[in-house]
Design a protein around this ligand. Structure first.
Ligand code: SF4
Length: 243
């Protein structure tokens, strides 16, 4: 068999393995959320101060997640605070080479205080495993740390207020690759408003870190046919990490 044929067969096998992992998407038994970052354990109260602004809670370089979590405190900086149950800081390895950025917590995440633990989170787990990693290897966070009521879209003022925390998390982790999940994750990282259908699969950059925009797992639950595009995107991510 020629090298070219061998490569095609290997690719087909790989695709088959990937799709095999996705057949039970959404079943609760698939969930394997990572342990919460130890920095999540305590939430010291911190009331909103009139002087608070994104620029004023900017970090010193190289700070730990404990410091960032302490700074978030019982955050009241935007209008989501009264309706949220839990601040979802994000979780995973503080030394992750790969970091995912989603949109905002949903109902399950708001209950449990962990990112991506609902059905979309279970699918994300499978996507991570399909490239030979585990949730413990990566870090998963959202543009917003509090659930918008009724899972509505994040609003610009909320994104602006919450932005410094995600900036600080990325600065602290310094991953090699960032994956922007869905429109909000991709737009936040790439500072663009291009539709995700045009953005996905095209590598960009955030402060010198490679960014792969792709579809949000919640979108894949509604549109399973788009899984093949996410697989193409994740293969690029896997290859970047293999270098
Ligand atoms: S979404 Fe962000 S800025 Fe708004 S209250 Fe929650 S942690 Fe604070």
């Amino acid at each position: 068999m020629s090298d070219e044929r061998r490569a095609v067969v290997a690719d087909l096998l790989e695709r088959a393995r990937y799709f095999a992992t996705l057949t039970d998407i959404g079943l609760p038994t698939a969930a394997r959320p990572a342990a919460a970052d130890s920095s999540d354990a305590s939430v010291p109260g911190r009331a909103l101060q009139a002087s608070d602004s994104p620029a004023q809670h900017r970090p010193p370089a190289g700070e730990s997640h404990v410091q960032i979590r302490d700074d978030i405190g019982d955050c009241q900086r935007c209008k989501l605070s009264p309706s949220r149950k839990t601040i979802v800081f994000g979780q995973g390895s503080p030394n992750a080479r790969l970091m995912f950025v989603g949109e905002a917590p949903g109902a399950d995440e708001d209950e449990q205080g962990l990112a991506f633990v609902g059905k979309a989170g279970q699918l994300l787990t499978k996507i991570i495993e399909a490239i030979g990693m585990t949730r413990e290897d990566v870090f998963i966070a959202n543009v917003l740390k509090c659930r918008p009521p009724g899972n509505r879209n994040p609003e610009p003022d909320e994104i602006i207020q919450c932005q410094p925390f995600l900036e600080r998390q990325i600065e602290s982790i310094r991953p090699e690759v960032l994956v922007g999940l869905g429109k909000f994750g991709a737009h936040w990282l790439l500072k663009t408003a291009e539709p995700i259908t045009r953005l996905r699969g095209r590598l960009g950059e955030y402060k010198g870190i490679k960014v792969m925009p792709t579809y949000h797992p919640a979108y894949l639950l509604r549109n399973p046919g788009a899984k093949k595009e996410v697989w193409e995107d994740m293969k690029v991510v896997r290859d970047l990490l293999a270098r």
